[in-house]
Ligand binder design. Structure first.
Ligand SMILES: NC(=O)c1ccc[n+]([C@@H]2O[C@H](COP(=O)([O-])OP(=O)(O)OC[C@H]3O[C@@H](n4cnc5c(N)ncnc54)[C@H](O)[C@@H]3O)[C@@H](O)[C@H]2O)c1
Length: 330
């Protein structure tokens, strides 16, 4: 079993820990949070904008807790770290972990500074360590089905894809702290990046992006409406969403895709099905559980650790392209 630590035990730290505990190839040996009280508090509460599950306190009672990442790196024999701290700490902590020869699973967005991301990619290569950014949508069953239909051309060529994601302004954990919100990159880099990254994953870099952004409580780009064009494929992609709504606004995400022979619809508001329509009928197929994306991405990282292979489905160079694409919207 590979020995791992979770660093930052808020919404995502709890989610990663839960899925590490479920994984037969990983052993959670340490949890780091600068505020240790957070660890107990976040076990059962719905700590983010939707529920990703709960941890039985008994499952982590024997796991060593640290308030300092350096101390954990020094005292524990770790294979990998799961960094679930806010974006302003991504570079510093990932660099520290790689310099200590640890494999790194880092929450999105990679880093807002392109040079820092390039440096981390280079460092991981020089140290022969796996660096993977947690782009969970790539691992969500409904989106994996969509990718399969695009790749297999089961419904003919893709003509138009609309990806959307809306949320209230984050009101949990450190999201109330000015420094955190200021350095988050706003909804564009924090929320819409999920869809920007998915479009990048399935279709690559577009030839043109037309975009409009609106400011909100976090940044000048907390709402984005964009149209991407791929001249070579004659495909258009609409990206829309943001977090300009009040904190308790229900989270919703989904996709609509028009293929030559059918149009498909998925929305998290009716998350168990994907509708597939043509001019004669509409068929409903099981969507799978989008929440399994968190389990799947950690299982994929664990497989990469076990087989000592690069994360081909989610290379850090591709995650860096997604950061560059975000910048192309402003
Ligand atoms: N993939 C997703 O669906 C998803 C969803 C939400 C957030 N995220 C990403 O996850 C990251 C964390 O977001 P969150 O919503 O979980 O935040 P959060 O505020 O809930 O948790 C952050 C935690 O980090 C801890 N922390 C801060 N500084 C630390 C330090 N120096 N050492 C150790 N711990 C420290 C805080 O005490 C807090 O418990 C962000 O990068 C965010 O973009 C991803």
């Amino acid at each position: 079993m590979k020995r791992v630590a979770v660093v930052g035990f808020g919404f995502m730290g709890m989610t990663h820990a839960l899925n590490i505990l479920r994984n037969a190839d990983l052993q959670l040996v340490a949890i780091v949070d600068k505020d240790p009280e957070t660890i107990e508090k976040n076990l059962t509460a719905k700590s983010g904008n939707f529920s990703t599950g709960e941890i039985d306190p008994a499952q982590i009672s024997n796991i060593t807790k640290y308030s300092d990442f350096d101390e954990c790196l020094e005292k524990e024999k770790l294979d990998a770290v799961h960094l679930c701290v806010h974006t302003d700490l991504h570079y510093e902590m990932a660099r520290n972990a790689l310099l200590h020869n640890k494999h790194v699973f880092l929450e999105k967005p990679f880093t807002l500074d392109i040079k820092e991301a390039e440096e981390l990619i280079d460092l991981a290569r020089r140290k022969s360590r796996i660096l993977m950014i947690a782009h969970v949508v790539r691992f969500m069953p409904p989106y994996q089905k969509l990718k399969h239909w695009i790749d297999s051309k089961e419904f003919g060529e893709l003509k138009f894809l609309s990806l959307s994601r809306f949320s209230g302004i984050p009101g949990w954990g450190q999201w109330k702290e000015k420094q955190v919100t200021r350095n988050s990159g706003g909804a564009l880099f924090d929320l819409n990046i999920h869809d920007i990254d998915f479009a990048n994953y399935v279709l690559g870099i577009p030839s043109e992006i037309k975009s409009a952004v609106l400011s909100g409580g976090l940044s000048k780009n907390d709402y984005v409406s964009a149209m991407w064009s791929y001249a070579d494929k004659n495909v258009h992609v609409k990206i829309e969403g943001g977090n300009t709504f009040h904190s308790n606004f229900p989270f919703q995400a989904g996709f609509m895709a028009q293929f030559e022979k059918a149009s498909v619809l998925y929305t998290s508001l009716k998350s168990d099905i994907i509708s597939i329509a043509d001019n004669d009928s509409v068929l409903e197929v099981p969507a799978g559980d989008a929440g399994e994306g968190y389990t799947n991405e950690i299982a994929y990282f664990a497989d990469c650790l076990k087989n000592n292979t690069l994360p081909a489905e989610c290379m850090p160079s591709s995650s860096l392209d997604s950061i560059k694409l975000c910048y192309n919207h402003i």
